[in-house]
Ligand binder design. Structure first.
Ligand SMILES: Cc1cc2nc3c(=O)[nH]c(=O)nc-3n(C[C@H](O)[C@H](O)[C@H](O)COP(=O)(O)OP(=O)(O)OC[C@H]3O[C@@H](n4cnc5c(N)ncnc54)[C@H](O)[C@@H]3O)c2cc1C
Length: 474
């Protein structure tokens, strides 16, 4: 059985995914999930492709094949190999799918590599992360995360909200594990994937000790509910080429006294240790590498759509159009350069592993928050009303008004069918509900930009340049 088929089979389990107020009992067969399940399955199958497979996998110590996101890079070339494999996977979905290519798989690899970081504080951690790493790697599992407490009132920490169980905390402990209650947002892809990493993104204070948990949960754990947002999926592939295939879905997780077995509890009620892990670059850097590569795929896709749009109505000869297309090319080349620089400047860590260079990756990620909305704005500017001028169904080309459509919807050196398809793709990227979600995603998915930018400033090594500049005025 192929990897994709195995995936489809295993997600037909007891997961509690709620959509439109109803429990979805068969994710692969449900019209709002079916198309995306097929996309994920086909990407997983690439690992068995005779040409691409060897570029996406490696041989583990047992001789089995595993996804390269789980490769521990003991040589500099391994970093490059990892990056190349992320690009192949991201390209397979034009960078639109964010949770299959290895973001959180890589994060687990990082936690595994630096497994002894918190030996003093949480002595059981090392053994548990080793077992978990082997489990997800050897079963080719797909992972997402949920790190935020419900918004409610952002001026108050969780313990001051009146109800102790809004954010996730332990209700009681048993021989088997911890019983947790509360909610977490957002788990992108949670409805489709296998595993979720649950831990706060923001730093917890000593007063919020109870909320300082890091655990990993199987999506089908009893008592774990996922409340889906409205579906943006379409079943009309010809009219909605992206929405019909790539609605990853975002869910709010509700833990209704769910049992998390001890072997899945990685940090328990320990804010400082959690922050130590969170700010440890070995633990997070491999995931950051993946998100930058995926961004390249997505920006390349937007650039290609923009060029096609402009060419389709012959506007590429106008200088301001060339300027806008060049801006999109700057975006692609800047992020690509930062990606490659992070690999070129990779360093050997005392643990014996190679790490992609951090400043380049942080810069690329932060630029992405601005680049993507700007790229979408440029697509709007280049399209004018074009994206809206399409008939609601591509099939109308062959209906009673077909001859009119052939005449009035054609483009410059494009027939009507080619142009309508392009415009439908553009609208799906820019104006559809999926498109709007993607703009929000790229702004926020890795944290509030206001605070991640501030974080870059605070962490930035300014000493050398300040010393030089001061020599000019001291
Ligand atoms: C489409 C999408 C998918 C996502 N997928 C995931 C996922 O898979 N996993 C995951 O963990 N997260 C995911 N996220 C969540 C993401 O991590 C958060 O959106 C992001 O960290 C911001 O948090 P928030 O949405 O709670 O907004 P808030 O933190 O509530 O911020 C809202 C506004 O209030 C301001 N604000 C709030 N609190 C403060 C403060 N203390 N100081 C200053 N300003 C403040 C912010 O600047 C911002 O303008 C996703 C988000 C989106 C939009």
């Amino acid at each position: 059985m192929s990897a994709g088929k195995r995936y489809i089979e295993r997600i037909q389990d007891d997961r509690q995914v709620w959509l439109d107020g109803e429990l979805v009992t068969n994710i692969p067969g449900h019209p709002d999930f079916r198309g995306t399940v097929q996309s994920i399955a086909s990407v997983l199958d690439l690992q068995e492709d005779p040409v691409l497979g060897p570029q996406l996998t490696f041989e583990t110590e047992t001789g089995a094949k595993a996804n390269l996101a789980y490769l521990v890079p003991t040589a500099k070339e391994d970093i490059v190999r990892r990056g190349r494999s992320f690009k192949i996977w991201s390209d397979a979905t034009f960078g639109v799918m964010s949770r299959i290519a290895g973001y959180y798989r890589s994060q687990i690899t990082g936690l595994y590599i630096n497994r002894n970081l918190i030996d003093q504080e949480q002595p059981y951690y090392a053994e548990r992360i080793v077992n978990y790493f082997n489990y997800v790697r050897d079963n080719d599992l797909l992972i997402t995360s949920a790190g935020h407490d419900p918004q409610i009132d952002r001026t108050k920490p969780a313990h001051e909200l009146g109800d102790l169980y809004t954010a996730v905390r332990i209700v009681r402990e048993t021989e088997d594990g911890i019983i947790v209650r509360g909610a977490k947002l957002i788990a992108t892809g949670g409805a489709y994937l296998d595993e979720i990493i649950v831990s706060p993104l923001a730093r917890k204070t000593a007063a919020e000790k109870e909320y300082a948990l890091l655990f990993v949960v199987a999506v089908n754990t009893p008592g774990v509910h996922q409340i889906s947002r409205e579906s943006f999926a379409s079943n009309e592939e010809a009219d909605h080429p992206l929405s019909s295939r790539y609605d990853e879905m975002d869910t709010m997780l509700v833990f209704d006294d769910a049992l998390i077995p001890w072997e899945r509890v990685l940090v328990k009620e320990d804010p400082d240790t959690l922050w130590k892990l969170r700010t440890d670059y070995v633990s997070s850097g491999y995931g950051q590498h993946e998100i930058v590569v995926r961004l390249v795929s997505k920006l390349e896709f937007v650039l290609a759509v923009a060029v096609e749009l402009a060419e389709s109505i012959g506007i590429t000869k106008f200088a301001h159009v060339q300027e806008k297309l060049a801006e999109l090319a700057f975006q692609v080349e800047s992020i690509k350069a930062l990606w490659h620089a992070s690999e070129h400047n990779a360093s050997l860590h005392p643990l014996g592993v190679w790490l992609p260079s951090k400043p380049e990756l942080v810069t690329a990620k932060n630029l992405g928050n601005q680049y993507y909305p700007r790229a979408i704005e440029i697509l709007q500017q280049l399209s004018g009303s074009g994206m809206l001028q399409v008939p609601s169904r591509l099939s109308e080309l062959h209906g009673p008004l077909g001859p009119h459509l052939q005449k009035y919807y054609r483009g410059a050196e494009r027939n009507a069918e080619e142009r309508i398809k392009l415009l439908k793709l553009s609208w799906d990227l820019v104006g559809s509900r999926l498109g709007a979600r993607h703009e929000l995603y790229e702004r926020f998915y890795a944290g509030d930009p206001a605070r991640t930018y501030a974080g870059q400033y605070l962490e930035y090594d300014k000493r050398g340049l300040l010393a030089r500049a001061r020599s000019a005025f001291a």
